[in-house]
Design a binder for this molecule. Structure first.
Ligand code: ADP
Ligand code: MG
Length: 593
């Protein structure tokens, strides 16, 4: 065996593999070059998903013939001269590798003209070397045509995917560029048909209208900009009324560079916690601006991934921006002027609605069930005072409602007339959320009732073995349950609001969750199971679809919803309310176009 040095051309083809795997990678490099050249109009034409033909025409600065002759050689760049300059780079390119790589694996034609030049210059390149060069008539700017990708690297060619797959990659990339550069006119053509034509716009929300369709476009809102010394987060997102099963419509840009970063997506979805069901995603375009010194864009050869010096700052900024946006969005919908002297005194149980103002009203209520002896446990704690709560005004709540309650529909939905449209509330989902949030806030104040005759439940011994270490959890939720035999559980006390509920179901469900979640680390396990338990208790205790509610009860429920956190969805992620906007209504009846 003898070590041999690869021919320069062969080595180049291998190196190209790092940067160029598929047509979309070429498109990315070429559009970045056009943007770096100051283009304000960029047309991308694609045939067969880019596998046989790609052409990018820009109106940027163009190149001199001398520059054009060397631009496709390795390490030729006009963007940096020394490695030290890497730190404050604000163009996309800087390695001088892209054109070299592309020219080594495809047939390339470059036509370019600088503004002051009288004529353009055209080069045909094959196998990384100039085949032909000539003077031509041309517009200012650069046109690059790429034909027959991997014609000379069959091993890689066979990894190209179907036309539709490659095309989809290009479309996603194109959308990213369009979203991130709102003052550039972009056009995308496929097999000679114009697919997108996107003239410059003023706001990113208008870009979304150019690129996406209904229903997504009906639910877009500008992101409330988050800004401090370290970071600015801006963009547009869909509201709680829109969700999809994939993350493909989520775009992040860091200092104007499209990046894929799992943690950023998690931070975004965290902002939608309790608003979108888990496993559902919004559409979003989010621009993040940070000091370039605090990011490393060199972690990936295609510069698609990014590393932050301090990811936490970035993540919490994203989550905060989304939360504020959704909150603002909701208060637009459910706007009540609420002057609260104090957190409204809410009873800690739910039936019957409406809720009396005394948190422990059971003392005054006749006992309905003779085997229940009331014992409020534990003693009531001082109400936590909210900041804006001067004591003298305690209890002086004035709620100005900005809706007219029309009626209850199908014993399930509350219909509200509002200026902006018809607002529909799902009574069960809304009440579930109200109760859940209340539980989350003050379970330690829960009023429980001790059962005179403990309620006995038979459960397989192996299940009780699983459950036994977690009985404390039930106690924290007002349910006192003990093992009273090999396959017996005894329920000794339950929360007041839960007293008529079948505890068996809750116990067997919990056993199911323990089996399902057992693999989690203890902290996550505890968190998840607490959430599930509370959600389930809220669900059981909430008014049901089919319950007839009095006007008073409905108003109470709506007022409570107004002051509840995460009120867009029930704890299981279903929406609590929905607006049929006047606008949509008028369009349906063709009063408006
Ligand atoms: P990089 O972008 O890292 O500098 P490239 O290989 O992508 O490396 O491009 C090499 C050089 O070719 C660029 O630095 C630039 O000077 C020139 N160039 C490439 N594309 C264009 C274009 N569309 N308009 C003007 N100049 C271009
Ligand atoms: Mg480049």
């Amino acid at each position: 065996m003898k070590i041999q040095k690869l021919a320069r051309q062969e080595a180049q083809k291998i190196a190209a593999g790092e940067v160029v795997e598929r047509p979309a990678n070429i498109v990315k490099e070429l559009i970045e070059n056009s943007l770096d050249a100051g283009a304000t109009h960029i047309t991308l034409s694609v045939k067969q998903g880019g596998k046989t033909y790609l052409r990018i025409v820009d109106n940027g600065s163009g190149m001199s013939p001398e520059d054009a002759k060397i631009c496709f050689e390795r390490h030729t760049t006009s963007k940096i001269k020394t490695i030290a300059q890497l730190q404050d780079i604000n163009t996309f390119g800087f390695r001088g590798e892209a054109l070299a790589s592309i020219c080594s694996i495809a047939k390339v034609t470059i036509t370019t003209k600088q503004d002051k030049a009288l004529e353009g210059f055209e080069l045909a390149i094959e196998n990384g070397a100039i085949e032909k060069a000539k003077i031509v008539g041309a517009q200012t700017g650069t046109a690059i045509t790429i034909k027959d990708m991997f014609y000379n690297v069959p091993a890689r060619k066979k990894f190209l995917k179907t036309t539709i797959t490659e095309w989809n990659h290009i479309v996603t990339l194109f959308k990213a560029f369009v979203l991130d550069n709102i003052s550039v006119h972009f056009v995308l053509e496929h097999d000679d048909t114009t697919v997108y034509n996107c003239p410059p716009v003023k706001r990113v929300t208008d870009r979304i209208l150019q690129l996406f369709q209904e229903p997504l476009t009906n639910h877009v809102t500008s992101l409330t900009t988050f800004k401090n010394n370290d970071i600015v987060v801006s963009g547009a997102v869909t509201t709680q009324h829109y969700a999809r099963y994939d993350r493909r419509s989520i775009f992040f840009f860091v200092n104007n560079r499209w990046v894929k970063n799992y943690r950023l997506t998690s931070a975004l979805t965290k902002g939608y916690l309790n608003v979108l069901p888990s496993g559902r995603y919004p559409a979003a375009t989010i621009a993040i601006t940070v000091n370039p010194k605090t990011v490393d864009i060199n972690v990936h050869p295609k510069k698609e991934e990014i590393q932050f010096l301090n990811p936490r700052i970035v993540e919490s900024a994203i989550t905060a921006a989304v939360k504020t946006t959704l909150e603002n969005q909701l208060s637009k919908h459910l706007k009540c002027t609420v002057t609260l002297a104090q957190e409204p005194a809410m009873p800690f149980y739910s039936e019957p609605l409406p809720m009396p103002p005394n948190p422990f009203p059971l003392k005054k209520k006749p006992l309905e069930n003779p085997d229940i002896q009331e014992i409020p446990l534990p003693p009531k704690q001082e109400e936590p005072k909210t900041k804006e709560a001067p004591e003298s005004e305690a209890q002086q709540n004035t709620v100005t409602r900005n809706y007219t309650l029309l009626s209850q529909y199908k014993k399930t939905y509350l219909l509200l007339e509002k200026n902006e449209g018809l607002f529909i509330v799902d009574q069960h989902a809304a009440h579930e959320r109200i109760l859940y949030e209340r539980f989350a806030r003050r379970f330690n104040e829960v009023a429980t009732v001790r059962l005179l005759f403990p309620h006995s439940i038979t459960v397989p011994a192996s299940d009780i073995d699983l459950l036994e270490p977690h009985l404390e959890l039930f106690l924290q939720h007002g349910i006192e349950v003990e093992r009273s035999g090999k396959d017996q559980l005894a329920v000794k006390a339950t929360p007041v609001f839960f007293k008529n509920q079948p505890i068996n179901d809750l116990l067997t469900q919990t056993i199911g969750w323990i089996k399902e979640l057992g693999a989690l680390d203890p902290q996550d396990f505890h968190k998840k199971i607490t959430e599930k338990l509370r959600a389930q208790m809220a669900c059981k205790a909430a008014v049901k679809a089919g319950d007839v509610l009095t006007t008073e009860t409905m108003e109470q429920l709506l007022d409570d919803l107004e002051t509840t956190n995460n009120r867009f969805t029930c704890p299981h992620g279903r929406p609590t309310s929905w607006m049929l906007s006047l606008n949509d209504l008028e369009r349906k009846f063709k009063r408006k176009l």
